[in-house]
Structures are given as structure tokens and as C-alpha cells.
Write a protein that binds this ligand. Structure first.
Ligand code: HEC
Ligand code: HEC
Length: 177
């Protein structure tokens, strides 16, 4: 009896401690976005920059972006109506509100209800996460140019992985917190 009791409480303790060690911060999937990829989106929206994860902006932001592709930042990124409709559906389906991923929720919750950011790189949570990085690492860095070029530093950005261990800033190397 005594041994069985020890075994069970030992197991319970073990479970308790492994749960504690895997607490939010270390959970392996925490910095990965799991939105399904879409071949049309990859093709149409990755010519000038990364095909950004839909889960990093709210639905209303994607709506405005898709309604104004002819005046897209400094470019004309217009597509035909049929393509626009399909891209729009995909973006609405996987936008931040529809995602259960940790990062998506962090981004979404940081945005005020009356704000419609048109840049991921202007979302408050994004600014908070990047403000420790000195400007010389991106603004005046010819290999990066702008914070919009996520994949120049986040080596697995195309797989939706933004874990700190996967950061390598061109000309500066790995990120040491
Ligand atoms: C012809 C080039 C081009 C194409 C094609 C294009 N974009 Fe862009 N996009 C840009 C430029 C230029 C910027 C601004 C980048 C910068 O400031 O460095 C931008 C920025 C963005 C941003 C904001 C990035 C940030 O800073 O957070 C989003 C979101 C975006 N594009 C979505 C899309 C979507 C969705 C599509 C496909 C429908 C698309 N883009 C296709 C040129 C393009
Ligand atoms: C010039 C390099 C650079 C670029 C470009 C860049 N990042 Fe980052 N990013 C960093 C660094 C460095 C950190 C870690 C900052 C820290 O820990 O203080 C970071 C942190 C993050 C985090 C938080 C991850 C964590 O472990 O907490 C996310 C999410 C993220 N970046 C997303 C993006 C997205 C999306 C883009 C493009 C729109 C982008 N980043 C562009 C360098 C960059």
C-alpha cells in the first residue's frame, strides 16, 4: 500500500514539475503561427516581401489593404477581381480573430478597437518586441532596409516561426537578449 501511494504521489509531483517547466514561456509552439498556407497567396503576395502571416493583423486591416491594392504603400499591387476575392477570403479566414496562436492573440489584443493598422510593423505588440533593437541594425543596414522585411532577421519567418533562437540580423549576427 505504502509503495503504491509513494509511486502515485511521485508521478503526480513529476507531472506538476514538468508542467511548471513547460510554462508559457518555454512552450515549444509558442512563437510559431499555424495558419494554413495558400498557394495563390504565396504567389501573389510574396513578390515584394514575405507573404505575411494573416494572423498578425485583424480582419478589418486586411479588408482595407485588399480594397486599396492599387495604392499599396509605394507600389501598385493590384490583382484581378477573381484573385482579389479569393485572397480576401483567405485573409479573412485566417486573420488574428480566427487564430488561437499565442502571437496572434498578443498582436490582436494590443490593437485599440478604433484602430485599423495597415502595417504589422506598426502594431503596438510588434513595436514593444522590437524597441530594444538599435536602429542601426535595420534602418541604416543595407541588408535589411526596413522592419517590413521580417525574413532578413527571422530566419524561419516563411514557416511562421518567430522564435528568438531563429533570429540572425545580417551584419550583426544572432540576437542576444
Ligand atoms: C509590387 C510589390 C508588392 C506586392 C505585389 C505586394 N506588396 Fe505588400 N508591400 C509592398 C511595399 C513596397 C510595402 C512597404 C514595405 C516597406 O515599407 O518596407 C508593402 C507592405 C505590406 C504590408 C505591411 C508590412 C509591414 O510593414 O508590416 C502588408 C500587410 C502587405 N504589404 C500586404 C500585401 C498583400 C496582402 C499583398 C498581396 C495581395 C501584397 N502586399 C503584395 C509592395 C508589395
Ligand atoms: C532587423 C531585424 C528584424 C526584422 C526585420 C524583424 N524583426 Fe522581429 N525581432 C527581431 C529581434 C532582434 C527580436 C527580439 C527582440 C527582443 O527579444 O528584445 C524580434 C522579435 C520578434 C517577435 C517576438 C518573438 C519573441 O520571441 O518574443 C515577433 C513576433 C517578431 N519579431 C515578428 C516580426 C515580424 C512579423 C517582422 C516583419 C513584419 C519582424 N519581426 C521583423 C528582429 C527583427
Amino acid at each position: 500500500m505504502f509503495n503504491r501511494y509513494r509511486l502515485i504521489s511521485g508521478l503526480a509531483l513529476g507531472l506538476f514539475f514538468s508542467a511548471a517547466f513547460l510554462s508559457a514561456d518555454e512552450y515549444p509552439g509558442k512563437y510559431k503561427l499555424n495558419s494554413a498556407s495558400n498557394p495563390l497567396y504565396e504567389e501573389e503576395c510574396s513578390a515584394c516581401h514575405l507573404a505575411y502571416p494573416p494572423a498578425l493583423l485583424p480582419q478589418r486591416s486586411w479588408q482595407v489593404i485588399m480594397d486599396n491594392l492599387d495604392k499599396h504603400f509605394s507600389e501598385n499591387a493590384e490583382v484581378d477581381d477573381k484573385t482579389a476575392a479569393e485572397l480576401g477570403r483567405y485573409l479573412q479566414q485566417y486573420a488574428a480573430e480566427k487564430s488561437r496562436d499565442y502571437l496572434a492573440q498578443k498582436f490582436l489584443r494590443s490593437i485599440a478597437n478604433n484602430d485599423t493598422p495597415l502595417r504589422i510593423s506598426k502594431v503596438p505588440y510588434f513595436l514593444k518586441e522590437h524597441h530594444e533593437m538599435p536602429q542601426r541594425m535595420y534602418k541604416n543596414n543595407p541588408k535589411v532596409k526596413s522592419l517590413s522585411q521580417c525574413e532578413t532577421c527571422h530566419q524561419q519567418a516563411t514557416q511562421g516561426n518567430y522564435h528568438e533562437e531563429q533570429i540572425n540580423i545580417p551584419g550583426f549576427g544572432a540576437w542576444e537578449d
